[in-house]
Structures are given as C-alpha cells and as structure tokens.
Design a protein around this ligand. Sequence first.
Ligand SMILES: [Zn+2]
Length: 475
Amino acid sequence: MILRTSTRRILAILGMAAALAPHASAQNTPQNAERITALRRNPVVIRGGWLFTATNDSVVRNQGVLVVAGRLLAVNRPITAEEARGARVIQLRDDQYMLPGLFDVHAHYNMTLGPNALRSDEWTYNPIIFLANGVTSTFPAGEYEPDSMMATRRRIDDGQQIGPRIYNSGPYFGSARRGWNPNATDADIDRDVDYWAAQGARAFKAKGIAPQHLAELVARAHQHGLTVTAHLESGFRNSTNARDAILLGIDRVEHILGGDQLDPGKPAYPSWSRVDTASRAFKDIVALFISHHVMFDPTITAPVYFSQLQEGFDYWIDERKFFTPEVQAWVKTKPPRHPVAAWDSLYWAMRRTTKAFYDAGGLLTLGTDNPSTGEFIAGFSAHRELHTLVLAGIPPAAALRIATINGARAMGVSDKLGTLETGKLADLVVIDGNPLADIRNTRKVRIVMKSGVIYDPQALLQQAEGKIGFSPKRP
Ligand SMILES: [Zn+2]
C-alpha cells in the first residue's frame, strides 16, 4: 500500500513537472521512458517454469510475471522489452513451479525449550524460518507475549527485521491466557478487545472460553471489523461447543467440529476420537458450519507432537540444528517419545473428519499449531500439514488453495493476497517439482518473494542455525 502510494506520488510529480515544461506534450519520449524506468521500484521479471495461481486447480506454463513496487503487474503473459527494462530477470527451469505464498493461520511463534522453561514467543529467528519455508503470512493464534509480537510485526513491516506478514492475534481470550479472569464482565472483555484492536490485532483467538465471554468477544470484535477463531470444547465445565459458538457468530473454529456428538459432561477429545462421520450429529454440525460460512482449521498434524510419528514427520532439513547447543543437548537427553495412544486416535479422527468436511463443501484453512519443543519448527510443519491434508484424501490442488487463498480469506485479505493475479501483492514461492504430482515438492523452496522482495531460503536458514533457544528463566 505504502509502495503504491509513493509510486503514485512520484509519477504525479513527474507528470506535473512535464506539464510545467515547455515540451509538455513529449511525455512518451525515450528520455521520459528512461526516467520512468529509473523510478520503478524493484522490478522483477520471472520467466519460464510453471504457475499454480490458486485461481483454479491446474498448473500452466509461465509466459511471464512482472513485479513492480511489490505488486504483480502482469501474471502469465509475455512481458515486453519495455516493461522488462531495468528489471531483474529470473529464468525458471522447466521443473520449477511458482505458487502464492503460504498462509499458516495457526502459526505459533511460541516454544517450550528446556525442562523448566515457560512457553514463550520466539520472535527473532522464528520469523526467518517461516519465511524461508515460503510461509509469507502468519496468524499466531494466541500470543503469550503479545506486546513483543506486536512490536515484531511493526519491525517486519518497517523493514527492520526479516519475516513473514504477521496478523497479530493478541493474547488468548480464555483460560489459555496466563492470569485470565474467569469472572471477567462484559465491560472487561470490551476494554480488552478495544485495547488489542488499537495495538493492531487483526483477529482474536479464544481458548478455554465460557459461552458468555465468547458472546461478548465476538460481538465486540465484530464492532471493530475483526474476526474471532477458537479452540473449543464439548461444553464441559463451562466451556463452549462449536455448535453454540457458531450460533453466537464466531468466524472460524480450530481442531474439531464439535456438535452433538460431544458429551457435554466429558472433555471433547476422547469422544471426538470415536466420531462417526456417517452420523446425523456429524452431518448436522458440518451443515451448520457451511450455512454460517464458518471456516475450519483442522491442524491435523498437531496431535502428532504428542503421539507416535506419522507419515510426513521426517526431516528433509534437520530442524534441530536451528536450536542453540544447549537446547539441542536438552532435546537429546529428553526421554524418547512415549506415544500416547489417545493422541494417535485423535490424529486419525481429524484426518477422517477433515476429509468428510471437505467433501461436504466446507471451507478449510491450513494451520500448524506447532509450539515447538525443540523437535520440529512451525515453518517446516506447514509443509507437513499440507502433505497431511493430501494424505487425508484432499486433492493436491485443493490443498494448495486451502494453504493460500483460503488463508487469505480467513485473514480478510483475499483482495490483496492468496492468489497470483494481476494487481495483487507479490508474495510467492518457487519450488522444485510439480506439487500436484507430489505435494511434498513444496518442501523444496528455492525462491521466496514477499511484497516483491526476493529472499534466498538457504541464506535465510543459515542465519538461524544454532540460534533458537531461551534461558530457563525467561520470561
Ligand atoms: Zn494452538
């Protein structure tokens, strides 16, 4: 936006100068063309390879993409010599594919590193790792240190720090927040929402929230034009079932679809692990999501951080090397995984229900929900979640649309991001290999562009090696 405005201003000044000059009619002279070329900001032409624009389900040969001042000025058409003048030209190989930048809308920056460490947000190197993985947009879905996360977003937007776009969530609303007041009044919730909206929160995250608090949160957030997503429950112990949250006007729901299959006298996950997708109750809750346009963020891979490793949980780059030697030593001395069967069955239930929701026409988003414990890192996990959507039975093209345009819709920015279309912001990824033939090809990120700025993923990752770790005392 800023780039566009300043470019317009410069062109306006140029036009004005030409109008004042005696040869005002000579605007198309070679000299003026040179001056325009010099004023264009960071032009890039990308030729060759293939395009997955996310506007449909196919890949097409790339005739040419033109980026100027952070924006896509042409997508998939021959770029003229005049347009290409002064541009950096990138020639893709025939096995390279360009996609929109990925959206992780459950992108935790927080981690628990060390035996006595509190879960804390890591905002220095984690942003670099997200970006290097082609994740150009993130919604943190519950910040433990929201002031620092807001400051991180401002530094990234100002160009003082490298990272993806951050759509801040602010702190959790509900018992997941340290120091949450279970007796908060409507006025307390309103004041809280107003404060974080003023700080720049773009959507709110509820977890462990009572129905009356959720009702007020949704109503107040909507007054600010902001949305609400939640990790919900069965109704057990004054928690909220997704069925009730939808009727209260919630915008998005995470993890499980809820409904009448959950016993309100028991925690949600054990009953969800046995969910019957052919039941009336399941069909009813899916229909309620669809009729209310509520998006679902399944985070299928999240249970695997506590279960036995599932398909796709390999290291294509050893993520453990990004932690400090102290954290790496701690990870090695931790007892080996003790897979908890309950989390395995939840993983399989999430796979089944996500596919059934997709088949019914439900709107899905991609979220990782990977608060790292030194084993995996959320930026890489975005590729695991994408792969798992395909393992669940969703076609690769649909999974890629879930990871791109649907994320942009969830964040309310689908007019600017989420697809490769003329006029949109230039957030894109170049990978080796056709992602429709093998979705795991998205792991091979070779170029990342955010707002027209090109990043080399290898160079980014090198900066983060050995850097992620907290002292046990923090915060
Ligand atoms: Zn989470």
